[in-house]
Design a protein around this ligand. Structure first.
Ligand code: B12
Ligand code: SF4
Length: 463
């Protein structure tokens, strides 16, 4: 059976178009002898090409992977597919439909949604469709019934990730993906995280599965084989990005993986860790294995906000020592930060700037907090009417929320001023200076924009 999978990555700068979710789905469908084609949708031209392919080749099943930031744009595409064909089965999987079942009701063009891990469900769906049977009883699948939603039970998590085929790279132009992102190849070997940060989807997925045995890894040997095969099959791969949430969370796995990586792969890589889990030895092993940069979350410089609102019980001292250990091992660092956290104010945001100045990440990165439905913090924001509504595209740069003490416009101002503020002396970040500092930052930005329009060169603050 011909199946089309769709990776919507509109205005999603970070994303190269290859999604692990659909690549696992594709690999399982291929293993079951189905024909699969994966489409990357970055812009309107991609949408038009995809729609004309649907109309020419009439796939029986079309499956979208949906994140919240893409969900609205996808709605319009679903409608256009349905206008073209009444018979095609259109399904959506991924984090947004998994944690927000009303997505099915909001999109009448969808035939069903798949919640949670989709490998088992997709095979069942394809099998039933080949027999012209109904798909409404399959585990993990939700369908519309009498104006409501019938939610079937969820099958258990896949215990042994080694039982899965490697994520497929043949049903899309993976070479173009590598070239598109300057020679980077991404990998993920684990699923899950044992922590319960209120803004992240992990606690919600764990809850969907009753919280048990959530964290799993593919074995180090197969992880190395997956990297090796990719690096041999595609040109110009000059570094790897390992997207596992916390690379060192399973110590045994980490020791084996880093030692095998050092022996067999020898390409620089980027990975993530969490303050409080990594020691000097962790960073030493990463360095020895060829790690170039490690990403560490700060999120906010205010410890109270981090502990209580974000449910991330990590102290500033732990964060400082984690960055210091990484730098001492000779690693470059990237800090993840957020602005617009419920309970935050402009003054508290300045604490984030100050902590970043102190720990000196080579790449300080700031996102605007996004309240994702189905997460504890996201749902609380929805309940308190803080949410302005989902927006398409790069949501980390647009305020979705308007807080009583931190209005959306002020959040966006802080977001745009972040890299400028990092260059100011620390005393300019202490009350009552933030107002003045932000005003200077705004003037700087307007100045830069006007200079840009007039074609003048003006030195930008370092990003
Ligand atoms: C790795 C990762 C990335 C990588 C993606 C790399 C890649 N090549 O896929 C990078 C860094 C590029 C990235 C980017 C972004 N990410 Co991200 N990312 C993740 C992370 C950590 C893991 C996701 C993953 O791939 N897991 C492994 C795969 C196998 O699992 P999966 O995707 O869930 O897929 C399974 C099921 O969902 C289902 N499924 C998925 N798709 C489909 C499709 C069909 C048809 C079917 C049947 C089933 C199905 O079956 C799959 C196999 O079991 C998650 C956190 C998490 N715990 O999920 C966040 C997460 C998905 N990301 C998130 C966000 C916000 C983003 C960005 C929007 C951030 C930004 N503004 O730049 C971007 C853009 C994404 C986009 N599509 O537009 C949020 C999404 C929240 C939400 N409600 O939408 C998450 C949940 C993190 C969080 N904050 O909680 N991300
Ligand atoms: S540690 Fe990171 S991946 Fe784990 S729950 Fe918290 S934010 Fe999510």
């Amino acid at each position: 059976m011909l199946v089309y999978l769709v990776n919507p990555v509109f205005a999603s700068g970070q994303n190269d178009g290859f999604l692990y979710g659909t690549s696992y789905i594709a690999a399982c469908l291929l293993r079951a002898q189905h024909d699969v084609k994966t489409f990357v949708l970055r812009n309107q031209q991609d949408v038009e090409n995809f729609l004309s392919s649907v109309s020419r080749n009439a796939p029986r099943l079309v499956g979208f992977s949906v994140t919240t930031n893409q969900s609205e744009k996808i709605t319009r595409i679903l409608e256009r597919i349905r206008e073209q064909s009444k018979a095609v089965c259109i399904i959506a999987g991924g984090i947004h439909p998994t944690l927000f079942v009303p997505y099915l009701l909001r999109n009448p063009s969808l035939s069903a949604i798949v919640r949670g891990e989709g490998e088992g469900a997709i095979i069942d769906i394809a099998e039933k469709m080949e027999k012209n049977a109904e798909i409404g009883d399959i585990q993990n699948v939700c369908v519309r019934v009498n104006g409501g939603v019938k939610q079937n039970t969820i099958r258990p998590l896949i215990d042994d990730l080694d039982s899965l085929p490697f994520p497929d790279k043949s049903t899309l132009d993976y070479q173009a993906v590598v070239d598109y992102c300057g020679g980077a190849a991404r990998f993920i070997f684990s699923r899950g995280c044992p922590f319960k940060c209120s803004y992240c989807s992990n606690h919600a997925i764990a809850a969907l599965y009753g919280g048990s045995n959530y964290l799993r890894f593919r074995s180090p040997a197969l992880a190395i084989e997956e990297i090796d095969r990719t690096c041999s099959a595609y040109r110009n791969i000059n570094h790897l990005i390992l997207d596992d949430d916390i690379i060192n969370i399973n110590k045994k796995w980490f020791l084996e993986f880093t030692s095998q990586y050092a022996r067999h792969i020898r390409k620089p890589f980027i990975c993530n860790t969490r303050a409080g889990t990594a020691t000097a030895e962790t960073f030493h092993l990463l360095k020895q294995a060829g790690c170039a940069r490690v990403n560490i979350a700060i999120e906010t410089g205010n410890e109270q906000l981090r502990r209580t609102v974000l449910v991330k019980p990590i102290s500033n001292v732990q964060i400082e020592s984690t960055f210091a250990m990484a730098h001492a091992a000779g690693l470059s660092t990237m800090a993840f930060n957020m602005v617009g956290i419920p309970g935050e104010t402009t003054d508290l945001f300045m604490e984030t700037v100050r902590l970043n100045k102190k720990v000196k990440p080579q790449v300080p990165q700031l996102s605007i907090f996004s309240p994702y439905p189905g997460t504890v913090l996201g749902d609380e924001c929805i309940k308190k009417n803080y949410v302005l509504g989902p927006k398409d595209g790069a949501d980390r740069e647009n305020a979705w929320i308007d807080l009583p003490e931190f209005p959306a416009k002020q959040i966006e101002l802080c977001f745009h001023a972040f890299h400028f503020l990092l260059r100011l002396p620390s005393w300019m970040l202490l009350p009552p200076m933030p107002r003045i500092s932000l005003w200077i930052a705004r003037m700087w930005r307007y100045g830069k924009m006007l200079a840009g329009k007039a074609g003048l060169a003006i030195t930008a603050p370092q990003k």
